[in-house]
Design a protein. Structure first.
Length: 214
């Protein structure tokens, strides 16, 4: 069994989930076939659509000037002051500087970001797979969810929680670049979550913590 598939099986088993790994694409195809968007469709016109229901293979990348952004830039800081911490129910807590993070094996993926009724755009994101980070940290028994979080602030910061089953589907990544350039600050520099098939409200910006919890 290939190494990555074996790791995903172990991840599901530790979470008390079915031990037979079924790729997310197969699961989605079985439950809700995606609607293939025809060539010429503009990603900016999809702001009323659910990205989980769309086949975006024919979409073209949205020009940067047409990419919407939500929220205030409340925690800007230089990449040199950044660190990503992987903690919680892990065997080997990890703390990575920006240089160490961007030196990890990376992937580049096209993903559609939709903020319903407000904006939508397609970009090519570059970063590290969440399963890659979890494989490096190891999972302790009892871990069932992963929290993606910002630094706490007077308002509590941002936290989004995902089940390990979804992490194992390998659809989530942490991106430090978009279309070959570092993330702009309004889009989450130095690091943001790219959660394919989710609406943009869970694409956490300014990510600093990955926590495994029970």
């Amino acid at each position: 069994m290939p190494g990555r598939r074996r790791f995903l099986v172990r991840l599901l088993a530790l979470a008390g989930l079915p031990s037979v790994f079924r790729p997310a694409r197969e699961t989605l195809a079985a439950s809700a076939p995606r609607r293939l968007l025809p060539p010429g469709t503009r990603a900016e016109t999809l702001l009323e659509e659910n990205p989980a229901h769309l086949d975006i293979r024919h979409l073209e990348i949205t020009p940067p000037e047409l990419r919407g952004v939500m929220g205030q830039r409340v925690r800007p800081f230089a990449a040199k002051d950044f660190a990503l911490t992987v903690e919680g129910l892990v065997e080997r807590p990890i703390r990575l500087s920006y240089e160490e993070l961007t030196a990890l094996p990376f992937v580049e993926r096209r993903a559609l970001l939709v903020c319903p009724g407000t904006f939508s755009f397609l970009a090519r994101w570059k970063g590290v797979r969440l399963v890659e980070l979890l494989e490096r940290a190891g999972r302790s028994p009892g871990a069932r969810f992963v929290d993606i979080a910002t630094r706490p602030d007077p308002y509590g910061g941002r936290v989004e929680r995902f089940p390990l089953e979804e992490i194992a589907s390998d659809r989530l990544m942490l991106a430090w670049a978009v279309d070959g350039l570092p993330l702009p600050e309004p889009h989450g520099h130095p690091l943001r979550l790219v959660a394919a098939d989710h609406y943009g409200n869970v694409w956490v910006k300014y990510v600093e913590f990955v926590r495994l919890v029970g």
